[in-house]
Design a protein around this ligand. Structure first.
Ligand SMILES: Nc1ncnc2c1ncn2[C@@H]1O[C@H](COP(=O)(O)OP(=O)(O)OP(=O)(O)O)[C@@H](O)[C@H]1O
Ligand SMILES: O=C(O)[C@H]1CSC(c2nc3ccc(O)cc3s2)=N1
Ligand SMILES: [Mg+2]
Length: 548
């Protein structure tokens, strides 16, 4: 770990990026094209539901034809915006790569959004071209027709179009494009640091999602993630992709898999039996995870019915994962490596990543190449040294360009020196391994103590009678806030509020005990990237206690 201590600053730096990172490519499109040309014709993606396959050469050939077709028939220009509103399915990477080959920006959007959320997301990125899957076509096309002033073309995945002439079937459009020799296909150079490649919606955990602009340079910088990890794979990785591609974590790992010539088994959503049977049937060795899926592996009885011995590495991120859950999973399914990572939509992919040789329990790993970090005291603003918790700031080639249409929020998030403030509290140890405590906004203020809800949730999850838990602060005149737990019991168990409070009291210091009580609920509200929607739990506090 390099640490410059100039002007008593503690600034940490990751390894320098590989010198030939962009491989002399003038644009992201050329960078991706060159890697695809090298990938030969292995299988790229298998649909885990239908077993249909997309081979690397088919991806390359169709993406180029689609790029040319969008340019000539849909008037898609460099700098234009393409929306993709779809679950993980084989057409997604074709539309994604075609857009990059046309130097357009891609705005993947969550297909389960409500109408209000769709309206918000569409008006953030204002796509000219929209790719829609049948799953949400009814609602999305109705929304799109209200925004014809920017949405000029709608393409529908699947094999039937009940929506009329202003919607074109993706396969029909592709069929009418002409074949192009990939070796002579040209993509104009761009200003990598300025040209927007992705407009990602943040998860909307702390409010309405923001439109995060990631540049072509950001995406190129993030591609090294799997090449670093793959170097230490014992077997060529078969990756299971259940993380949604409309979210930064899923989309950038999809690009990572393709750039590193790996095989990906894609799932349109998490369904318990399908998830486990895909791992067993396709012998998946590498699975990107979010904590709720880790808790599922740790506790669900169904897991015992499947052979998961092919798993070599679980790579978990997007929300807090406790070392206790990590230990439970390791013990139960004997997986060799559980590697955590930490990232934000604003940092493209992970800023911090564990590797096979640096993975202390509970840590989220060390700095990514090309990245710098500092920890700032939340009271004084002073820079902090090892083992001192403060707000994490990052700088480097994966830091976003800014929030689309929101200069003010951008300037409040990235300062004039390029430092991005995360709103997350954590620290690094003497070896430069980082530990995340919680979000600044979520800390419970109990009698002057800052109580991290994630820590109490981690304790609760070690109780075999508890399936899930979410902790928030109950407003209290005397103490400020009282830690209160929403608890989901395992099916068929008996558990009282007092038992839960005693369980925590036996394992936590006084400030972290459940002074606000316990409420039993059927489920904990979370978003697709596995984050607890604590603002929804706080809303539940205001409702009168239901007699459960
Ligand atoms: N390994 C991790 N451990 C703990 N928290 C994590 C980890 N990885 C990511 N996070 C959390 O996820 C956040 C980034 O999530 P994302 O960019 O998807 O949107 P969000 O911050 O949840 O939502 P929004 O910004 O819209 O309110 C980080 O700021 C951090 O709080
Ligand atoms: O939490 C999020 O919104 C997303 C944005 S990208 C991200 C992560 N990326 C990685 C990559 C590897 C890894 O081990 C963990 C994470 S979390 N988190
Ligand atoms: Mg955020």
């Amino acid at each position: 770990m390099n640490r410059s201590n100039s002007n008593s600053e503690f600034i940490l730096s990751g390894e320098p990026e590989p010198a030939n990172l962009a491989e002399g490519c003038g644009s992201l499109g050329m960078f991706l094209l060159k890697r695809l040309l090298r990938n030969g014709d292995n299988i790229a993606v298998i649909d885990g539901v239908y077993s249909s396959e997309l081979r690397y050469f088919e991806l390359l050939e169709k993406a180029i034809r689609l790029a040319e077709g969008l340019r000539s028939h849909a008037h898609l220009r460099s700098g234009g915006v393409v929306g993709i509103i779809s679950e993980n399915r084989l057409e997604f990477p074709i539309a994604l790569y075609a857009s990059f080959f046309a130097n357009a920006a891609v705005a993947p959007i969550n297909l389960t959004y409500t109408e209000r959320e769709f309206d918000h997301a569409l008006n953030l990125s204002k796509p000219n071209v929209l790719f829609v899957s049948p799953y949400s076509a009814e609602r999305v096309i109705a929304m799109a027709r209200k925004n014809r002033h920017f949405i000029k073309h709608i393409f529908l995945f699947g094999n039937e179009n009940p929506f009329g002439a202003d919607v074109t079937l993706f396969d029909d459009f592709l069929a009418q494009t002409s074949a192009i020799n990939p070796y002579s296909f040209q993509i104009a150079p761009t200003h990598l640091e300025e040209h927007v490649a992705l407009i990602m919606c943040s998860s909307g955990t702390t409010g309405l999602p923001k439109g995060v602009q990631l540049t072509q340079r950001n995406v190129i910088a993030s591609v090294s993630l799997l090449s670093v990890l793959e170097a230490s794979f014992e077997v060529p990785a078969v990756v299971l992709g259940v993380i949604p591609w409309f979210h930064a974590f899923g989309c950038l790992t999809l690009i990572n898999v393709i750039c590193n010539k790996l095989k990906l088994i894609s799932l349109p959503k998490f369904e318990e039996g399908l998830f486990l049977s895909c791992i067993e049937n396709y012998r998946c060795s590498f699975v990107f995870m979010v904590p709720p899926l880790m808790v599922f592996l740790a506790k669900h009885p169904l897991v015992d019915n499947y052979d998961l011995s092919s798993i070599n590495t679980l790579l978990c991120g997007a929300a807090p994962l406790s070392r206790e859950t990590e230990t439970l999973v390791k013990k139960r399914i004997g997986v060799k490596h559980i590697l955590q990572g930490y990232g934000m939509s604003e940092t493209t992919l992970a800023m911090l990543i564990q590797t096979h040789d640096s993975n202390k329990p509970g840590s989220v790993g060390k700095l990514q190449a090309g990245t710098m970090a500092k920890v700032v005291d939340i009271e004084t603003g002073k820079l902090l040294g090892p083992n001192q918790p403060g707000e994490l700031y990052f700088k480097g080639s994966q830091i976003m360009k800014g929030y689309i249409g929101n200069e003010k929020e951008t300037s409040q998030t990235i300062d004039s020196n390029g430092w991005l403030r995360t709103g997350d509290i954590g620290y690094y140890d003497e070896d430069g391994e980082f530990f995340i405590i919680d979000r600044l906004k979520e800390l419970i203020k109990y009698k002057g103590y800052q109580v991290p809800p994630a820590e109490i949730e981690a304790i609760l999850l070690t109780n075999p009678k508890i399936k899930d838990a979410g902790v928030v602060g109950l407003p209290d005149e005397a103490a400020g806030e009282l830690p209160l737990a929403f608890v989901v019991k395992q099916p068929g168990v008996s558990l009282t509020e007092q038992e839960v409070q005693q369980y925590v009291a036996a394992r936590a210091s006084p400030a972290k005990r459940l002074h606000g009580g316990v409420r039993f609920v059927p489920e904990i509200p979370k978003n697709v990237s596995g984050k607890i929607l604590r603002r929804k739990l706080r809303e539940m506090l205001e409702r009168p206690l239901s007699k459960l």
